[in-house]
Design a protein around this ligand. Sequence first.
Ligand SMILES: Nc1ncnc2c1ncn2[C@@H]1O[C@H](COP(=O)(O)OP(=O)(O)O)[C@@H](O)[C@H]1O
Ligand SMILES: Cc1ncsc1CCOP(=O)(O)O
Ligand SMILES: [Mg+2]
Length: 278
Amino acid sequence: MSLKKDIQAEIIHAVETVQQTNPMAGSVTNTVTINFVANAQLAVGGSAAMVYMPDEAQFLSQAGGAAYINMGTIEPVYEKTLPGMAETLHNSAKPWVLDPVAIGIGELRTRLLLAFKSCKPSIIRGNASEIIALAGLWGLDGGTKTSNVRGVDSQDTVSAAKDGAVALARWTGGAVAVSGKQDLVTNGSVVALCHGGSHFMEKITGSGCSLGGVMAVYATAAPAFIAALTGTAVYNLAGSRAAEKTDAPASFQVHFLDELYKAKPRDIAENPFDIEEI
Ligand SMILES: Nc1ncnc2c1ncn2[C@@H]1O[C@H](COP(=O)(O)OP(=O)(O)O)[C@@H](O)[C@H]1O
Ligand SMILES: Cc1ncsc1CCOP(=O)(O)O
Ligand SMILES: [Mg+2]
């Protein structure tokens, strides 16, 4: 079988396993989009739980099949919650997803993101500006500490983040997913370019955050690269289908959740992507 066919078979397996087993992936995530993250995790067949406190994060790290840390809005308590959570996940070889939202804003977020370097997130998911900035913060090739980060929305192209994404994946030994009009997913030796989605995904808040939460759900059932690809594929498929049903963002969000729920394993695996071995 070709590499692409192998990957598609693994995507189908990941989707079916999640739909059949309702796995839990706990999250510490931002207060802007927390509800959408949970709804997206439920729509693909997972179980969601969101916490803030250190002992709660430790509990979820052990109870879940994977976990999600999203840095969008941080609280002083996160200084205690997040390093311990990331260490527990790393030390117990539990898959975890990092979304470095708003990297570059404030001293605490920078310090926390630096501390995650040694905890090697299984999947790093971000838009192009965030991936370039994280590679820079961690001193890896392809990043720059002065990427074009302005807030939470990307100011860079996905192709500009390719070197940083590959360097991050080689550092962690996991996968990196860069979102945008096309999405780039890499494990450091294979780069997938994934197509689909809709411009409306830029007009609703939380499409990126919820994608990270969904990748954590798939990471309970598949290796990091497959989990990242599966999340990316179901988002591109559901986004394209939802956009056929509406011409405005609020109803797009509703249709999008419905299409996440309705997406079939084979259709997700067959959503278009190109593979490059590097
Ligand atoms: N212009 C676009 N066309 C199609 N899909 C898009 C577009 N912009 C973003 N997406 C999709 O929206 C989701 C979130 O990506 P993005 O908006 O880059 O993340 P973030 O919200 O973190 O900035 C991904 O599934 C991505 O494929
Ligand atoms: C607007 C905003 N501000 C802090 S976190 C956040 C949500 C970002 O969501 P996403 O990265 O999925 O667009
Ligand atoms: Mg984001």
